[in-house]
Design a protein around this ligand. Structure first.
Ligand code: ZN
Length: 188
């Protein structure tokens, strides 16, 4: 039944979080974890861990539940960030802001983004290929930075003003860059 399947997947997730916290990694982490605990008389440790994870989530992100919080690998975030010095008021304001930002396509990525600071979790909106193609033609098939002529498929549609600085995914904010210039820009 679907309900049983979901419960089983959920339990697996909690096991894998707890396994990581105890230092078991790799594809058989859960098996190693279960072997290490096969003589336990009860599952209290697992439940205590589970409660710790969710107490931590509530402490930093509040008790208001948003559907974007579903399916977030909370235990892995807890393991990595439970000792970080975090400001709940600031984090919750940031969650609100990012939930409302249509450029952020992966809302479940807001939490790992705020904790780890990596933009890749947010899956920021990209330019549609028709926009990219019209910008490519407007630039005469040349890279906007170095001026080299390249095939369309060797170019990247870049946000002139990046998302982190308030840039939107609108045609006026699109430029076509060659691979090298794009790498140089994103490494800055
Ligand atoms: Zn270039």
């Amino acid at each position: 039944m679907a309900g049983d399947y979901i419960r089983q997947k959920y339990l697996e997730a909690v096991f894998s979080w707890n396994a990581e916290q105890e230092g078991f990694t790799g594809s058989d982490a859960i098996v190693q974890f279960m072997q290490a605990h096969r003589d336990d008389s009860d599952a209290n440790d697992l439940w205590n861990y589970y409660e710790d994870v969710f107490a931590w989530v509530q402490k930093i992100f509040g008790t208001g539940f948003d559907k974007s919080m579903k399916g977030v690998p909370w235990g892995f975030l807890y393991n990595a960030h439970k000792d970080d010095n975090l400001d709940p008021a600031l984090l919750q304001a940031e969650v609100e802001r990012l939930l409302a930002d249509s450029e952020v396509q992966k809302k479940t990525g807001i939490y790992p983004y705020l904790l780890a600071g990596e933009e890749k979790y947010l899956n920021i909106r990209q330019f549609d290929s028709d926009v990219a193609l019209s910008v490519y033609h407007a630039q005469g098939g040349k890279c906007a930075l170095c001026g080299q002529a390249k095939d369309f498929k060797e170019m990247h549609a870049d946000h002139i003003q990046p998302w982190s600085k308030g840039g939107k995914t609108v045609p006026e904010n699109c430029q076509m860059l060659c691979v090298q210039c794009n790498l140089k820009k994103s490494n800055k």
